[in-house]
Design a protein around this ligand. Structure first.
Ligand code: NAD
Length: 457
């Protein structure tokens, strides 16, 4: 039997050794899911909804303990773990409220004895390979609507959030979802790769562009439905008429929340030259208030870096920025161990020759660049291979809408940032991915629309 060793990234200590999958067990689990799916699809929607409602109650009942597990295995500050679980409740409520309307059979034509209908049938067996940074959010965005619409789910949590993944499975099973309808697979990339080799009807992936591209290459010839939710290098522009203090406070939080390890973290800031100095001062004031420390402490804001190799990425971006003339305004190096730590780091005087303005940092590192106005801001915001989110701070709604309409990003923000809503589709342009989750589209995506042509004899 394989095992997965889990470490606490805040201390380096081993916290668990979990039984893990291998190629044979992945294949057996895929066969079990295939056999179980038709009976689950035949369960009335009301009963499937009742299971998810009980799952929600299970989360509420154990919320503090689940948050503590997430914090221990990812280094996420405890308050933010609780925020994630509380936020998931709202997403579950949305899915429960909307699934009936989004997937009910629609009659789109009915004349002269001819009826045309669209029926939403489940995809079948859905594979979900997930990330660690918001394990409950990104997992739940997939497996909750997938289960509600009658699919069986093979769920591979990240190896950095496997204990949370097992908790999801335990609570789903306790809520009445059959053991073979939701099956967790434990392990790293090799287990994900073994999962892709199975007969599956959809692959829903959240993770890095590098892994997503490998998955697309492997699955392309098999014509399996594929969704990829990948990384970003999300920009925000602060114009000269913005409320400097509000913008600085919001953007410092957007850049550093979850220790900068959010797919939609603010990763590039462009500030109009007229307010640049005032903005930088206010931004640094806010960053100074962010307390780094034990993720289990209630007042910790900056937690651990979940994956140790990311420290090398941060070091390399810092060294590159310094070598190319950026001004280091705060932080700039690792924190003392044990565990994986990085100081909240801010650079001014940056430009697009620097890696920190081009490639995902995924840590508490941000560059602030001075711009001459809207035209330059748009040009720089679009100078990226990614396109997850983008934002603008200004009191002028018309100006923000005109500017953001020109920016290639799946989500755009006016006077806010780092925000996800269950009511809106979550998707990316370019290397940020293909497909979407959330919104009613993110429910329908787990179904195959079947066209019925019905003529009365
Ligand atoms: P990752 O690509 O390293 O891993 C993601 C998952 O893929 C893990 O479960 C991993 O075990 C698995 N995997 C690794 N190699 C594989 C292979 N060859 N075949 C199949 N599976 C394989 O990403 P990560 O470090 O877990 O997550 C961080 C990344 O996720 C960041 O880039 C972040 O921006 C992105 N992300 C995006 C969103 C979004 O909604 N767009 C949300 C969260 C995270």
């Amino acid at each position: 039997m394989n095992t997965l060793t889990v470490h606490n990234p805040a201390t380096g200590a081993q916290i668990a050794e979990l039984p893990a999958d291998d190629a044979a067990s992945v294949a057996a689990k895929a066969r079990r899911a295939r056999a179980a799916q038709p009976a689950w699809a035949a369960v009335p929607m009301a009963e499937r909804k009742a299971c998810i409602t009980r799952f929600r109650a299970g989360i509420v009942a154990e919320l503090d303990a689940l948050a503590a597990v997430m914090t221990r295995e990812t280094g996420k500050p405890l308050k933010m773990s609780r925020n994630e679980l509380n936020g998931l409740l709202g997403r579950i409520d949305f899915f429960l409220a909307e699934v009936g309307g989004a997937t009910g059979t629609q009659t789109v034509f009915n004349e002269g004895g001819m009826t045309e209908q669209i029926e939403h049938t489940p995809l079948g067996v859905v594979a979900n390979i997930s990330a660690w940074n918001y394990p409950w959010f990104v997992g739940g965005n997939v497996f909750i609507p997938a289960l509600l619409t009658g699919n069986a789910v093979l769920y591979k949590p990240s190896e950095y959030a496997a204990m949370s993944g097992l908790a999801m499975a335990r609570l789903l099973h306790a809520a009445g979802v059959p053991q073979d309808v939701f099956i967790p697979l434990i392990g790293g990339g090799a287990v994900g790769a073994a999962l892709m080799e199975q007969k599956i009807d959809g692959l829903f992936f959240t993770g890095s562009h590098a892994t997503g591209a490998k998955i697309a290459q492997a699955l392309g010839p098999r014509l399996v439905k594929l969704q990829l939710e990948l990384g970003g290098k999300d920009p925000t522009y602060v114009s000269e008429d913005a409320n400097v203090k509000n913008a600085a406070e919001s953007l410092a939080d957007g850049a550093m929340y979850n220790t900068g390890q959010s797919c939609c973290s603010v990763e590039r800031i462009y500030v109009h030259e007229k307010i640049y100095d005032a903005f930088v001062t206010a931004f640094l004031e806010t960053v100074k208030t962010f307390k780094t420390g034990d993720p289990m402490s209630e007042d910790t804001y900056i937690g651990a870096i979940t994956r140790a190799p990311q420290l090398d990425v941060l070091d390399a971006q810092v060294a590159d920025a310094k070598a190319k003339g950026a001004t280091l305004l705060a932080g700039g190096k690792r924190g003392a161990g044990p565990g994986n730590w990085y100081e909240p780091t801010v650079f001014g005087n940056v430009n697009h020759s620097m890696e920190l303005m081009r490639e995902e940092s995924f840590g508490p590192l941000i560059g602030i660049q001075k711009v001459s106005g809207d035209a330059e801001a748009v040009k720089l915001m679009n100078d990226t291979r990614y396109g997850l989110t983008a934002g603008m701070f200004t009191p002028d709604e018309a100006r923000a809408k005109a500017l953001l309409a020109q920016v290639s990003a799946g989500s755009v923000y006016w006077n806010c940032c780092d925000r996800v809503s269950p009511r809106l589709p979550w998707s990316g342009y370019g290397d940020s991915g293909v497909g979407l989750t959330l919104s009613t589209y993110g429910i329908q995506t787990f179904t195959r629309p079947k066209a019925w042509h019905l003529r009365q004899a």
